[in-house]
Design a protein around this ligand. Structure first.
Ligand code: NAP
Length: 290
């Protein structure tokens, strides 16, 4: 039976794929805090705080898909990690979800992937055409790539004081993952579906040189952007453990950044959440205080 709130409006049950990751963990916490029933899907790691339920979910194990969808109304989707053509895995799952009664789907895509493009762009198009209620999030690059050690850039900055890219002087509207999570939580929980693609950026477009300067000032330790060619960037990513074809895709995106593809800013975070997006400087300051 669908649980209800005290106002007798059914409380949605939201399946969160990637619930232990950057966005999924923050979305789960945000939804749980606002009283939404969160079913956290992970392969092994612990469920985020506040999740009502946890299920094992593995994109590469179809036997985990049906049980994860049981009784679910809405879901947050991220692609299987480091796969160049995730649509072949995601589209059958989406069809199964819609057939089982899922009404609303919120997909994490990327500012660099237009609707209809191979991979996530194809998933984007399918959702717009098939899902009764849908939102596609198209964030720019995550600020969190540059902090901590879970991403190659953050790890390199921490261990060697360098970030190596083929982006040249190109600027990026880096966005805080917390702002993405806030928009996603609204898209999942709002009474009215958003039924649109949200292009999400932070408040300023920064080059990797700017990033290095901000980190140098904030930490008091020298940080530097090392410029390399697209091929060298792809090679370094592969050496860092990224699969070859996915590394080639990321390196092509860096080249596009060098040519201005990510320099734009959007007002979407503030329009959806009612508050301006956090700057990189403010995020760094907050992370150093923790
Ligand atoms: N980084 C950026 O700058 C950026 C910018 C725009 C868009 N994006 C998009 O963001 C997405 C990544 O999102 P994120 O940062 O929130 O995730 P993340 O932190 O990279 O975490 C990946 C999550 O997926 C789960 N996972 C990995 N392989 C899985 C599998 N085979 N089956 C089921 N779950 C699996 C992992 O959990 P378990 O290991 O517990 O299962 C983890 O929770 C990518 O699609 C990327 O294209 C990234």
């Amino acid at each position: 039976m669908t649980p209800t709130t005290s106002h007798d409006r059914p409380t949605p049950r939201v399946l969160v794929i990637g619930a232990s990751g950057n966005t999924g963990r923050r979305i789960s916490e945000r939804l749980a805090a606002s009283g939404v029933l969160v079913r956290a899907a992970t392969r092994s790691r612990q469920a985020p705080e506040g999740a009502a339920e946890q299920v094992r979910f593995d994109w590469s194990d179809a036997s985990t898909h049906g049980p994860a969808l049981q009784g679910v109304d809405r879901m947050y989707l991220i692609a299987p990690a480091a796969v160049e053509d995730p649509d072949s895995i995601m589209l059958p799952f989406i069809d199964e979800a819609l057939a089982r009664g899922v009404r609303r789907v919120v997909l994490l895509s990327s500012s660099a992937i237009p609707e209809g493009a191979p991979g996530l762009g194809t998933v984007h198009q399918a959702l717009r055409e098939r899902a009764p209620e849908w939102t596609v999030l198209q964030p720019s690059w995550f600020m969190q790539n540059l902090l901590g050690t879970h991403h190659l850039h953050g790890k390199s900055l921490e261990e060697h004081g360098t970030v190596t890219t083929a982006t040249g002087d190109g600027r990026v509207g880096f966005v805080d993952v917390l702002d993405i999570a806030e928009v996603a939580a609204r898209a999942l929980a709002d009474a009215q579906p958003h039924d649109t693609a949200h292009h999400l950026t932070g408040p300023e477009a920064l080059s990797y040189d700017d990033i290095a300067s901000i980190l140098t000032r904030a930490t008091g330790q020298p940080k530097r952007h090392v410029r390399v060619s697209r091929d060298d960037s792809a090679r370094l990513m592969v050496e860092g453990g990224i699969p070859e074809r996915y590394a080639a895709l990321l390196a092509r995106m860096e080249d596009a950044i060098a040519h201005g593809a990510e320099a734009r800013l959007t007002p979407t975070v503030e329009r959806v959440t009612g508050r301006p997006p956090r700057s990189f400087q403010a995020l760094v300051r907050a992370s150093l205080q923790r």
